[in-house]
Design a protein around this ligand. Structure first.
Ligand SMILES: Cc1ncc(COP(=O)(O)O)c(C=O)c1O
Length: 432
């Protein structure tokens, strides 16, 4: 028997210091690759969870596609042949980003929500007693809850895997929920609202032990750390380009067998095989080209951080290790600022535990409405967000109202400690 894979805690903690071979994170040079950052002048992008900026190669690839190849696939003329090539290449690049071997397991589409709905509609048709249960969580974005709750109308049994008082999902609480009834566990890889990470490899091990499948919402995780669908052993995984330095588009990965079994809608002339059976109609080719360029950006960054990385996958891993290390510095600084103004932080708040989170911070200032805080930050040229974060179940769990919610400041690797200093000043002026 192969030894069990290392625990999430061991893996996460082991990356708390970047590998010695990795160059220091060149945040100024990185920022230079994002033209929108310079164009924004003093404005600070702290709302990256709602969409990150795109590096130069992404802008160039999208514009180049529209300029020279804005035609339909499947024609015999060179421009159309080129679009086919671009899409095939993008599938390969995204598969590599995910750690998948088979590009046909990657489907492109409009966004994450429509993919979750597509899978839930298809999977709903396969639900049969005694295997008719879907487990959802109270940490997830509503896109990965409501789509599954919908299946209750046609007889699915829904069970809830709930967060503990530390605002984290613990796999020990999932295990007793699992049984031969469980068809699927739908959960996030990291909370888009709180930034807390979930041990998804352990989720898959527990779910598979009872013959259930796992659907992972990887939308918020993608810009922050490396994805490995083989090590995680999930069955489906969904991402959105606009959080990952690419334009608006989405992609779904699934194990080939799982995708083959899904009874999806397709016109009769569409092949009954992935990816075609998962891709209804025309998707936005220029944005798929842009997504491939975002992977190229990470590939280049990884090569600079670790010149010994010999393969594209090794360079992606180096890029994400460098990003994670820089983001942990940002997290520690943000937690110190939030503590200094007496903010209530929802989610992981101990500086020693930043490996359990990404730099997405949900908080409230005592006695100050979230809208007033977000407005005050906006007046200081800082883009953050207030509200329910599309997570009504989580708001309820945190004792927050849907109309007010909380404030969220969400950082990515191009953010700096200097920006956090300005955030600290602005927040300090708003605190009572
Ligand atoms: C974790 C998570 N899941 C799902 C979604 C929905 O993604 P999309 O807008 O691509 O449908 C979001 C959007 O912010 C998200 O953060």
């Amino acid at each position: 028997m192969p030894p069990p894979p290392p625990s999430f805690e061991a893996l996460a903690a082991s990356t708390s210091a970047p590998p010695a071979s990795l160059a220091p994170f060149p945040v100024d040079a990185v920022r230079g690759r994002f033209p929108s950052l310079a164009r924004a002048g003093p404005f600070i992008y702290f709302d990256n969870a709602a969409g990150a900026q795109a590096p130069r190669e992404v802008l160039a690839r999208v514009a180049g596609h529209l300029l020279d190849f804005n035609v339909q696939r499947g024609g015999r003329y060179p421009k159309s042949v080129e679009v086919d090539r671009v899409i095939a290449a993008a599938r390969g690049r995204v598969a590599m980003l995910l750690g998948a071997d088979d590009p046909a397991e990657v489907a492109f589409g409009m966004n994450a929500t429509t993919f979750i709905r597509l899978v839930s509609l298809a999977l709903g048709q396969t639900l049969q007693a005694p295997r008719d249960e879907i487990i959802v969580t109270d940490l997830d974005h509503h896109a990965n809850i409501s789509t599954w709750l919908e299946l209750a109308k046609t007889g699915a049994r829904i069970s809830w895997w709930r967060t503990r008082d530390d605002h984290r999902l613990h796999v020990e609480d999932l295990v007793p929920l699992l049984s031969e009834r469980t068809r699927l566990v739908a959960c996030t890889v990291v909370s888009h609202a709180l930034g807390s990470r979930v041990d998804v490899a352990a989720v898959a091990r527990a779910a598979h032990a009872v013959g259930a499948e796992v659907f992972l919402d990887c939308v918020h995780y993608t810009p922050h750390a490396s994805i490995d669908v083989k090590a995680w052993d999930c069955d489906y995984l969904v991402c959105s380009g606009y959080k990952a330095f690419a334009p608006h588009m989405g992609f779904l990965w699934g194990k080939r067998g799982a995708l083959e079994r899904l009874p999806t809608f397709r016109e009769e002339f569409i092949p009954d095989a992935p990816p075609d059976k998962i891709e209804a109609g025309t998707f936005v080719y220029e944005n798929v080209a842009g997504m491939a360029a975002a992977v190229d950006y990470l590939d280049t960054l990884g090569g600079e951080l670790d010149p010994t990385a010999a393969t594209a996958r090794a360079r992606i891993l180096a890029a994400m290790a460098g990003i994670e290390a820089h983001e942990r510095d940002l997290s520690r600084a943000m937690l110190a600022v939030l503590a200094s103004v007496g903010a209530e932080v929802y989610g992981v708040a101990e500086p020693a535990a930043v490996h359990r989170r990404v730099p997405t911070f949900c908080f409230n200032l005592p006695g100050v409405e979230p809208a007033v805080v977000a407005q005050g930050l906006a007046a200081a040229d800082i883009g953050a967000r207030d509200g329910h974060m599309y997570a009504p179940r989580l708001m309820e769990r945190l004792g927050l109202s849907m109309d007010k919610g909380a404030v969220r400041a969400s950082l990515v690797h191009y953010n700096t400690l200097g920006e956090i200093d300005r955030f600290a000043q602005a927040l300090g002026a708003l605190a009572k």
